[in-house]
Structure formats: C-alpha cells, structure tokens
Design a protein around this ligand. Structure first.
Ligand SMILES: NC(=O)C1=CN([C@@H]2O[C@H](COP(=O)(O)OP(=O)(O)OC[C@H]3O[C@@H](n4cnc5c(N)ncnc54)[C@H](O)[C@@H]3O)[C@@H](O)[C@H]2O)C=CC1
Ligand SMILES: O=C([O-])CC(=O)C(=O)O
Length: 308
C-alpha cells in the first residue's frame, strides 16, 4: 500500500510519522513545494525507523508527482494554517488554488486514488475536490470529525475525571468554530449516558471547549495543531489500508442524507478498502437536526466563494 502526503509541514509530517510507526503501509511519499523540504523531512523520519521499529519506506519530493504514481491513498495537507484570531474560513483565498492544483496532479498520476482532504476550510476544500477531481464520491473524504471527536472525548474525560478510554462520543456537522456538533446525547461512559454524570454547566463547558478546540490550540501554539490531526488522518488511512470497516465521522458529499444535498459535511460513515463504504444515518434530536442545518447553511455560504 502506497500513500502520498502532500504538504510536508506540521500536519503532513506528523501524519507520515504516525502512519509509518503503525507499520501498515509499505511506502509513504511526502510532497512539498518548498525546495528540499519534503526530502529532508523524509530523511529525518527514515532515521527514526531503527529507533521506532518500523519498515515503512518514506521518501520525499519537491513537486515531482511522477513519484506519487500508483498511490492508493493521498492526503492533502498543503496550504496555509491559521494564526491566532483567524477563522479557518479566512484561509479559502490561498488554499483553494493550492488544493485544486494538487488534486489535479494527484489524479493524473494515480487515477484510482482515494483522497483524504485536510487543508482548511476543510468542508469547502472537500467540496472543491469533488467538483474538480472527477473521482467518484466514495473516494473523497474530508478529515475533521475524527479529530473533533478525539477532542470531545478529551474534554468529556476531563469533566468526568475519568480515563479517556472510558468515554465514547462523536462530533458531526461542520469542521468550524461555530458549526461543530458534539453529540452529547449519544456520548457514553462505559455505555452509560454521560448526561447521567454531568450537570448542565459541565455539559455546556464540554460542548463549547470541543467546538473551539482548534482555536484554543492555535492561540497557545501561534499556529494550528498537528499531533492530533496527524493521528486522526493515520486512523483513517489505516481503516482504508486494512479494510477495517471502521465507523468514523468524515466530511462527505451528501445526496439527501441528513436532509442535505450538494454539500460536504461531517457525518458518521463506514470506512474500508473502497473509501466510504456507507454513510450511517443516526437519529438526531430536533435541536441537533436544527444545528446540523444551520451548520450546512454556513458551509454553503463559504462554498459560494469558490471559483471552479
Ligand atoms: N482538517 C483538519 O482537521 C485540520 C486541518 N489543518 C489544515 O492543514 C493545513 C496544513 O497545516 P500545517 O501543516 O500546520 O501547515 P504548514 O505550513 O506547517 O504546512 C503546509 C505545507 O504545505 C506546503 N505547500 C504549500 N503549497 C503547496 C503546494 N502547492 N504543493 C505542495 N505543498 C505545498 C508548504 O510548503 C508547507 O510545507 C492548513 O490549511 C491547516 O489549516 C490543520 C490541522 C487540522
Ligand atoms: O484549528 C485549525 O485551524 C486547524 C484545525 O482545523 C484543527 O486543529 O482543528
């Protein structure tokens, strides 16, 4: 299994590192536009192989897409990250052009590829890939929900004063500060609804901190996060590589599901060898359904700024 990661920056390199350390792929190719950068990151990572015990071969290239030919999966992390005080949506002007060009190069060299979109604003970038790649819809997957759900579980465990492995939960809708929808009604601690343990104030705290999880880290770091984003991508790539049929919330093109059409939004899906095997329809409360629709309206407005 060959995986290409475009963008050898913070998220791309973290993603390549987690994929290699989990040892399920034969080859990872890093691509960047900055001269020598991907080659350098690949060499540095390869020099951890004997220390960390993996056999995945990692190579790097400055923009030579012929080296990516025959990739089963490609991850797009190229583009600029936000700075403190910015929204993800403000990145559209620069990132849309980059994502479009990268997508064309990837598909030209790997016509059968499955693309995982990471660059922000992610739901809109995933939509752009649908409109410009010519790939079938089950082969385009936006990464947001896997990361946001991990942050939700972190905040739930904090409020519950429990180990993270005791909690389960999922975030759907948009990968944005206001459009994320942590499904508190379905979150559990060892099968027991978390609402039985947390009072209203604690529930509100968990939801609000989850939604601004990326902004909180951006303020602390001066740029956006990379460890959890890289780990989230590696889980998605592994689900495809190992045909795990794992249920992961991902940003997918909706055609009637959750009452939406012609938009990419986070919904739970079964991820396996074919990419998206199935979108899972979860029953939402009336309030959750309303919030999902509001998130859709906001993403649709951002999508309106795209030029194809
Ligand atoms: N969907 C999600 O959950 C997350 C999305 N992100 C997004 O991922 C993107 C990358 O973030 P970082 O890695 O922190 O940024 P970074 O600046 O560390 O890395 C981006 C890399 O992309 C490269 N690049 C730019 N144009 C390129 C092109 N045309 N071809 C190939 N490479 C190109 C740059 O040279 C740079 O090395 C940002 O848009 C960020 O907002 C970040 C974290 C989570
Ligand atoms: O916050 C950002 O800009 C990067 C991102 O999407 C995340 O970490 O969730």
């Amino acid at each position: 299994m060959k995986v290409t990661v475009v963008g050898a920056g913070a998220v791309g390199a973290s993603c390549a590192e987690y994929i290699a350390m989990k040892n399920f792929c034969s080859e990872v190719v890093l691509v960047d536009i900055k001269e020598g950068f991907a080659e350098g990151k690949a060499m540095d990572l390869m020099q951890t192989a004997s220390l960390n015990g993996f056999d995945t071969k990692i190579t790097g290239t400055t923009g030579d897409y012929s080296k990516t030919a025959g990739s089963h999966v490609a991850v797009i992390t190229s583009g600029i990250p936000r700075k403190p005080g910015m929204t993800r949506e403000e990145l559209i002007g620069i990132n849309a052009g980059i994502v479009k060009e990268v997508t064309q190069n990837l598909v030209k060299n790997s016509p059968e590829v499955i693309i995982i979109v990471v660059s922000n604003p992610m739901d809109t970038m995933a939509y752009l890939v649908h409109k410009t790649s010519g790939l079938p819809k089950h082969k385009i997957i936006g990464m947001g929900g896997a990361l946001d759900s991990a942050r939700f579980k972190y905040r739930l465990a904090e409020a519950l004063e429990s180990p993270i492995s005791d909690v389960d939960g999922m975030v759907i809708a948009a990968h944005s500060d206001t459009g994320m929808l942590p499904l508190l009604s379905k979150a559990t601690r060892n099968g027991v609804p978390v609402t039985e343990f947390l009072d209203e104030e604690q529930q509100k705290y968990v939801i609000e901190e989850t939604k601004v999880g990326g902004a909180t880290l951006t303020k602390l770091l001066g740029t956006s996060a990379w460890y959890a984003p890289g780990a989230a991508v590696s889980v998605m790539v592994q689900a495809i590589a190992c045909d795990q049929k794992k249920m992961i919330p991902c940003s997918l093109m909706l055609e009637g599901e959750y009452g939406q059409n012609d938009i990419c939004l986070g919904v739970p899906a079964i991820i396996g060898a074919n990419g998206v095997e199935k979108i899972v329809n979860v029953t939402l409360t009336a309030d959750e359904q309303l919030k999902f629709s509001e998130a859709a309206n906001a993403v649709r407005e951002v999508n309106g700024d795209l030029k194809f």
